[in-house]
Design a protein around this ligand. Structure first.
Ligand code: C2O
Ligand code: CU
Length: 686
């Protein structure tokens, strides 16, 4: 709903730039006009000036509409972006009304200040800043406007004395100079802020030891009744620990063992399209790993010939830090010919997945991923099977976008099937579908044929979920999972990947009788977890207790990344490695507010922790407790989440659109007293 507003605002801003520059030029012309030309010059100036005013008024309306989504959505516009334009134009309009006669010393400076205000306003919109930058931005605005007003006044007086070409054009030169200097220094300030000395991280190198420390921006809203409980941040009795020591059990004999061998291979999609793929054990998706909750899992990763290097990240499983598979932070990437052993005990049953974390934007897309299913402990009765006595039919379904023929082409598929498939399931048999989105985009899945229940989000069972009517669509965040359950009836049950925006043919049918292609489905109503299921007792939702509060704001705009100047998606106005690390102490309850002011979806994935969603755009979660590890934050959404800092280490917190992450949408959450010296001690993988 807010996405169009962001786009409208960008468009109006660009238009305003044009009209404002015209007004500036015409003010200069008017000052030079002869008595004959003055009337016409005045008219032309007025048109441009009032056009700019009208467009700016529209921007105010847009900001007002954004305000309906919460203060956080509009605050930057109301405090930083719009005031320079409004103040500058107010002065210009006042001057114009008072005296539109040419030769007035006051008019040109007023109009020029208005123009400067509009330019500044565009600048603040296009160069995102974080919550902590507000005072600096406001100061810069004041300084620029004052400089332009003073400079233009002086030069107008000189001009009145007819001192030649230089004086006539000088106001523009001065304005340009001031803005250029201002932009360069502000961008430089943003770019250099907390850049660790001597650190040369590339975009793929998440350099844990060199992560910029402290939560300056994050602590900005500590005022809101947050109480620091005064944890001792010196590392306590444990002293300083290294990430590499935070492993799973090393001495015990594993209950389940797997080997995953990463290798190059051509994968043939169902349509016959071939993909120059990367596979685990020769297939993609890789083998489905299964383990019971509480059992010790051991996975040996072998890299045969993946030159980028490989790691395995256990997406959604809160493993000990050293098992997390993040190159440069928790381990070095495994080079061709190398191996690495992971060991951990999953503490929650549910649907998870694994994928490489080295050059993930390319290597996951090309196939280095698979499912990890954690089953309930042996003595627990599997839900649903008691009533029917039948073994449930279980199936993992990945939604994936495979690299196609052209560099930009992506082929939507369920697993490696970009066409329709069907399978027969006996009537009366309980069905559980484990839907996993391994692509970079949110995927809308259309389901039809029978009512069904969403029983888990990101591997977290929901409390008393009710059956949804057939023709409810599910939106899977990039990296997210939804478990769907129903009992097979007499009707065919169909799944389709939404093709409303990108035409695709992927579909899956479960047939009680003879196999049939899945039904053609059009969009139904979209499932919303906010009010789904029932709250649990003893866990009040809007709990206000927090030891730390962090603010995370997504924007898009210009900034520096990886040695270059780009248009990118930023976190608090910054790009990796300049996004300050969120610092916590073990035992903290951490509240975070996530605001998306950009025009793209950003699925936020915090490693090592599951978070609980408290509210969205001010509406509290009223259904089942909603736990997630991958939260899609759509344009204009504001989420409040809470989690407990109960898994010490240095953890990535990033956008799971891997392309965005590779372009800098990455930050870290670190515990006091934990260090990583993987980076910089010589065994960095590159
Ligand atoms: Cu599934 Cu850091 O990612
Ligand atoms: Cu993103």
């Amino acid at each position: 709903m807010f996405e169009p507003l962001f786009i409208i605002d960008l468009t109006i801003t660009l238009l305003t730039l044009v009209t404002a520059l015209m007004a500036g030029r015409r003010a200069g012309r008017l000052a030079r006009a002869t008595d004959d030309g003055a009337a016409q010059a005045t008219r032309r100036l007025r048109r441009a000036l009032y056009g700019t005013v009208a467009l700016t008024a529209l921007r105010l309306v847009v900001a007002g509409l954004l305000l309906t989504g919460g203060w956080n959505l509009a605050s930057n516009r109301l405090v930083v972006v719009l005031p320079p334009a409004v103040l500058g134009l107010a002065w210009a309009v006042t001057a114009e009304r008072r005296n539109a006669r040419h030769g007035t010393v006051g008019l040109a400076p007023a109009v020029h200040t208005g123009v400067a205000g509009v330019l500044l306003s565009a600048y603040w919109l296009l160069v995102p800043s974080g919550p902590g930058d507000t005072p600096a931005s406001v100061l810069i605005s004041v300084a620029v406007l004052a400089a332009v007003a003073a400079g233009s006044t002086v030069l107008a007086r000189l001009r009145a004395a007819r001192t030649g070409y230089g004086a006539v054009h000088a106001p523009w030169l001065a304005l340009g100079l001031v803005l250029a200097l201002g932009s360069v220094s502000f961008l430089g300030y943003q770019g250099s802020l907390s850049r660790p000395a001597g650190h040369q991280a590339g975009p793929m190198d998440w350099g844990g030891g060199a992560v910029p420390a402290q939560n300056s921006a994050a602590d900005a809203h500590q005022g809101h009744g947050a109480q620091h409980t005064g944890h001792d941040s010196s590392g306590g009795s444990a002293g300083t620990r290294d990430v590499e020591d935070l492993t799973g059990p090393r001495a015990r004999t594993p209950d389940v063992r797997y080997t995953l061998t990463a290798a190059h291979r051509t994968v043939k999609l169902a349509s016959g399209t071939t993909v120059d793929a990367l596979t685990f054990n020769g297939t993609s998706p890789g083998p489905e790993l299964r383990v019971r909750q509480g059992e010790l899992l051991e996975v040996t990763l072998v890299n045969k010939d993946v030159k980028e290097g490989v790691t395995v990240h256990w997406h959604g499983v809160d493993v000990p830090n050293a098992e997390d598979g993040v190159p440069g932070v928790t381990q070095d990437a495994v080079v061709p010919g190398g191996r690495h052993v992971y060991r951990f005990v999953p503490d929650r049953a549910g649907t998870f997945w694994y994928h490489t974390h080295r050059d993930a934007a390319q290597t996951v897309k090309r196939g280095l991923f698979g499912a990890l299913v954690v089953e309930p402990p042996a003595d627990a009765t599997p839900a649903g099977s008691a009533s029917s006595g039948q073994q449930p039919y279980e199936r993992v379904v990945f939604t994936h976008l495979w690299p196609g023929k052209g560099t930009q082409d992506l082929v939507p598929a369920f697993d490696a099937a970009d066409t329709v498939r069907s399978t027969s399931v006996a009537p009366g048999r309980p069905v559980r579908l484990r839907l996993i989105n391994s692509s970079d985009e949110p995927q809308r899945i259309l389901l039809g044929g029978a009512p069904f229940t969403v029983v888990a989000i990101d591997g977290n069972a929901l409390n008393r979920p009710a059956a949804l009517k057939a023709r409810t669509d599910l939106l899977l965040p990039a990296g997210g999972r939804l478990d769907v359950a129903f009992t097979m009836g007499r009707e065919d049950f169909s799944l389709r990947l939404d093709g409303a925006e990108t035409p695709n043919r992927a579909g899956l049918a479960l047939n009680p009788g003879p196999s049939k292609a899945p039904a053609e489905l059009s969009r139904g109503t979209l499932f919303d977890p906010l009010a789904y299921g029932e709250p649990t007792s003893g866990q009040p939702a809007g709990t206000d207790r927090a030891d730390r509060r962090f603010e995370m704001v997504f924007d898009n705009g210009f900034g520096f990344f990886d040695g270059g100047f780009t248009f990118a998606n930023t976190i608090n106005g910054r790009l990796y490695p300049n996004v300050p690390t969120l610092m916590v102490t073990e035992g903290d309850t951490v509240r975070m507010r996530i605001t998306n002011r950009s025009i793209m979806d950003h699925p936020v994935h915090l490693h090592g922790h599951r978070v609980r969603v408290l509210s969205r755009n001010g509406d509290a979660v009223t259904g089942s407790p909603w736990y997630t590890d991958t939260l899609n934050v759509a344009p204009g959404e504001v989420f409040e989440i809470v989690f407990s800092a109960d898994n010490p280490g240095i953890w990535m917190d990033h956008c799971h659109n891997q392309e965005h992450a590779a372009a800098g949408m990455v930050m870290h959450l670190a515990y006091t007293g934990i260090t990583s010296d993987l980076h910089g001690n010589g065994h960095s993988p590159e």
